[in-house]
Ligand binder design. Structure first.
Ligand code: GAR
Length: 196
């Protein structure tokens, strides 16, 4: 199978990005990272990607003020310039407009730290605790116009234990994210390849 040209979009630490880069070191992995892009020029993940020899780009959303589409136009042009075929959002903390989503629909996936459809948006672990949930987890889904609402590709769950805080729960979920995302991205690539 031909490897799809992958862009990973980040905003910070980039540990999920790292797990994707690690998986893609296998030449048989169905995606080939060609770009890591951040909306924050100081994102730690950019340094990690550079050290791994992956081309990086920083497009600071603050430069564009409230004009989300102007920011996204620049992101879109950069992705297309790099010949990107699939996007993995990995801790990318900007809500994307319907314009951008429609440009990449069926080609863009996201990882979210909850068992969707539960706890869309932010503060997912605290909200799982507040709701009295007995389990938490992470989901990888196709990105659609509704935030965290696209079709789910794959999920992983962990138990919520007595005495858990948002931090202890996040620490239990994160390793599951790192295992889940490369597998889910491979599934997404297979679905795209079927349509090619
Ligand atoms: C991850 O837990 C990811 O699921 C979450 O941000 C963290 C990024 O960590 N994403 C979202 O909350 C998206 N709404 P990382 O930069 O180390 O991958």
């Amino acid at each position: 199978m031909r490897r799809l040209r992958l862009a990973i979009l980040i905003s910070g630490r980039g540990s999920n990005m790292e797990s994707l880069l690690h998986a893609a070191r296998d030449p048989a992995y169905p995606a080939e990272p060609v770009l890591v892009l951040s909306n924050r020029p100081d994102a730690k993940g950019l340094l990690t990607a550079e050290a791994a020899g992956i081309p990086v780009a920083a497009i600071d959303h603050k430069t564009y003020g409230k004009d989300r589409e102007a920011f996204e136009y620049h992101v879109d042009a950069t992705l297309r310039g790099a010949g990107v075929e699939i996007i993995a959002l990995a801790g990318f903390m900007r809500v994307l407009t319907p314009w951008f989503v429609s440009r990449w629909e069926g080609r863009m996936i996201n990882i979210h730290p909850s068992l969707l459809p539960k706890h869309k948006g932010l503060d997912t672990h605290q909200r799982a605790l507040d709701a009295g949930d007995t389990e938490a987890g992470c989901s990888v889904h196709w990105v659609s116009a509704g935030v965290d609402e696209g079709e789910i590709i794959s999920q992983a769950s962990v138990p919520i234990l007595p005495g858990d805080t948002a931090d202890t729960l996040a620490a239990r979920v994160l390793p599951e994210e790192h295992k889940l995302y490369p597998k889910a991205l491979a599934l997404a690539c297979a679905q795209i390849a079927e349509k090619l």
